[in-house]
Design a protein. Structure first.
Length: 301
């Protein structure tokens, strides 16, 4: 009897702690909701039905796997950025302080109008910048293949990834452009589905003008670039142009800041209706692609 009482007491205490933790979590705009309220992402795929159809046990196994998966739930932000341009920036080797108006005034301004994801973690098995770029653009975990990184191997073998960000935006009629400093990434960016790869340092003032000029084209654009080092001055120029009416204002800005020496990064998603939203749920660069696909209203697995 005494053991039962102790067990009952421990259960009550644990339930109380869980409830208290739930009540103490403050979120300006909830990012999670009951799936039934918004529906699910369901793709109409004409998959083969068995080994007798495809002639391959491996493909049949993959078919069974995909058909057994539960669909991804939509939420309050599904389609919030539909039809907008997107500038996705990976700010490498930059650990800014978004709370400091003095140290990082531009980032402070961006953060005030952004949805913020504050617990972006980088697993130890990432392959440096190659792994980060591959995870960001594909939503797939980076691995090593024949001693090459996933990103390098994708470029060398011209591997087709149908749900990479550039291919998803291309299907929706977007023009996709990658600004890369290193020519070694050109093949990989092309294989991932970018329409154009420009070998420019996108953090320079003249390159930002080139980047902004693309926003004035008739078709919507998806622009991806890497900034090395501190991006404060570059971010200030970009925000001034986007907010000052010099270029198209229907533009979303997604900024991922990270220092290679740290395991944790910060993600800001700037766009209509997103100001004040925040999440402290743990995630990684793997979650950026599906988050963006959801925000732009693209169906995905």
């Amino acid at each position: 009897m005494q053991k039962k009482n102790i067990l009952f007491f421990l259960v009550i205490v644990l339930a109380g702690l869980v409830a208290a933790r739930g009540l103490s979590r403050e979120t300006a705009i909830p990012v999670m909701a009951e799936p039934d309220a918004y529906g699910y992402n369901i793709l109409s795929l004409d998959l083969p039905l068995g080994t007798e159809t495809v002639g391959s046990a491996m493909i049949a196994e993959m078919n069974d796997f995909f058909l057994s998966r539960a669909p991804t739930a939509k939420n309050a932000f599904t389609g919030a950025l539909s039809g907008k341009n997107l500038i996705l920036i990976c700010a490498d080797d930059w650990t800014p302080d978004p709370e400091s108006r003095v140290k990082n005034p531009a980032l402070h301004r961006l953060a005030a109008g952004s949805a913020q994801i504050v617990s972006v973690w980088r697993p130890e098995w990432y392959q440096g910048l190659d792994g980060r770029l591959f995870a960001l653009l594909s939503g797939l975990a980076p691995t090593r293949v024949n001693d090459a990184s996933s990103l390098a191997y994708t470029g060398e073998q011209n591997i087709y990834l149908p749900f990479s960000l550039p291919r998803a935006f291309s299907r929706a009629g977007y023009t996709s452009i990658a600004f890369m400093r290193d020519a070694a990434y050109a093949k990989a960016m092309t294989a991932l589905g970018f329409d154009e790869v420009r070998l420019e340092d996108a953090s320079r003032a003249d390159a930002i003008e080139t980047l902004l000029a693309a926003l004035n084209e008739d078709a919507p654009v998806f622009i991806f670039c890497v900034w090395d080092g501190s991006g404060e001055a570059s971010l200030a120029r970009l925000l001034d142009a986007l907010e000052g009416g010099e270029h198209r204002t229907d533009t979303a800005l997604c900024l991922l800041t990270a220092d290679e020496a740290l395991e944790r990064a910060q993600l800001y998603l700037w766009g209509a209706g997103l100001s004040g939203a925040s999440s402290d749920l743990p995630c990684s660069e793997l979650d950026v692609a599906p988050t963006l696909l959801n925000a732009f209203g693209f169906a995905f697995i």
